[in-house]
Design a protein around this ligand. Structure first.
Ligand code: KG4
Ligand code: ZN
Length: 382
């Protein structure tokens, strides 16, 4: 086996996607299978942990088999198994982890534990390598923004792999959680991000003014070399959700919301039907909410980029699929002469190709998991 030909099977089950993929040498996606549980969770407007574990149990075997078949590989011909150890839902993580452990043991392959957030960062690196772009300048600042996370990391490449320093995070709700909760409040369906992304194009983003908390504070550890000015930039998204609720209450929007609830109760309606169910004030509210979220994410990330003298920006995680977020980042980062990279929309949301890609440097440096590896729902990235 030459080092240029390492085939890693990735397994991901941290939330509501059961996913498996085969990636060659951290730079080419050979197969990528994602089984989404959206239909299961849609009636509840959010992920129900017990249902998620049950669905993972049902899907894990066929999803892994398909990823291997699509890649023309078998348990015997892959070089390693990589699996998400955390963070995520404990019961969901356990399904992928137990299966990956058993598989690695039975096939006598090394097992590599991957942090889900590191996976999101490697989704971008994988695709840039796939496009032959090997010229990423350091320091790299990564915004990982999804349903469960809103984190800023400085990412560095060291001799035996990557290391990460958290330089900002949300104090309460994640950005994707705010999209999902606002969509639930307005009975728009689940998950909220893609739906709001679509509807916002039809509303006036300046119609409703939202102000988001500005949280800059001194780092508790002034010796921290990654906080040169001792300042951190954090996010907070529980307030905007409450502001949307107040707006709904004070603008008599409930009758329209209740009417729409009947439409979305049985599953997500086609986009045009959903659009027709939204009056002008709903579309304006949704567009204004998205504009406020995007401006806050972009502005704070650029403040952190200036503070840490970042040379490259990565934006990743489910919310990175948002079209207004991408356009705004591209425009504002270009104004500052800062290159910004996103994953394709397919690799923005949860998948296992990113897990297999993140495992590759660990494979090369022989960082394999012990037999006692267990899931860690609150695993931190460092
Ligand atoms: O990364 P991901 O699949 O799972 C987590 O690790 O959380 O992210 C899912 C989140 C959901 O909150 C979803 O609403 C949001 O990403 N999302 C979006 C878009 N597509 C997915 N948010 C805004 N705009 C989108 N187009
Ligand atoms: Zn994720």
């Amino acid at each position: 086996m030459s080092v240029s030909e390492v085939f890693i099977l990735g397994v991901e089950s941290s939330c509501d996607e059961t996913a498996a993929a085969v990636v060659r040498s951290g730079e080419e996606v050979i197969s990528n299978v994602v089984y989404s549980q959206i239909a299961t969770h849609q009636p509840f407007g959010g992920v129900v942990p017990e249902l998620a574990s049950r669905e993972h149990l049902r899907a894990i075997v066929p999803v892994i088999s398909k990823a291997l078949d699509d890649a023309g590989k078998s348990y015997r011909t892959i070089d390693a198994v990589a699996v998400t150890q955390g963070p995520g839902l404990a019961g969901s993580l356990l399904v992928g982890l137990s299966y990956a452990k058993a598989l690695a043991y039975a096939a006598e392959k090394p097992l590599i534990a991957v942090n889900h957030l590191e996976g999101h960062i490697h989704a971008v690196l994988l695709e840039e390598r796939q496009k032959q772009n090997r010229e990423m300048q350091f320091p790299v600042l990564a915004l990982v923004v999804s349903g469960g996370h809103t984190h800023l990391y400085l990412a560095e490449k060291e001799a035996d792999g990557w290391v990460y320093h958290n330089v900002g995070h949300t104090r309460d709700d994640a950005a994707g959680e705010a999209f999902d909760k606002v969509a639930k409040l307005l009975e728009l369906g689940y998950p909220g991000g893609p739906i709001i992304d679509f509807l916002a194009k039809h509303g006036d983003p300046s119609a409703v003014k939202f102000s988001l908390a500005q949280i800059k504070h001194r780092d508790r550890n002034p010796q921290n070399r990654h906080d040169p000015g001792g300042l951190r930039v954090d996010f907070s998204y529980s307030g905007i959700k409450t502001a949307v609720l107040r707006y709904v209450e004070t603008h008599a929007m409930y009758p329209a919301i209740e009417a729409r609830a009947r439409l979305t109760a049985t599953g997500l309606p086609p986009p045009d039907a959903l659009l027709r169910s939204c009056d002008r004030s709903t579309l304006d509210l949704v567009a204004s909410f998205q504009r406020a979220m995007v401006n806050d994410l972009v502005s704070k990330t650029l403040v952190a980029a200036r503070q840490h003298d970042a040379a490259t920006l990565l934006v990743t995680g489910g919310v990175a699929a948002n079209s207004e977020l991408r356009e705004t980042f591209e425009r504002r980062a270009a104004e500052e002469g800062l290159p910004v990279y996103f994953p394709s929309r397919q690799l923005s949301t949860d998948n296992a190709a990113m897990i297999a890609a993140a495992a590759y440097p660990r494979f090369l440096s022989g960082q394999f998991a012990e037999a006692e590896l267990s899931a860690d729902a609150a695993l931190r990235l460092r």
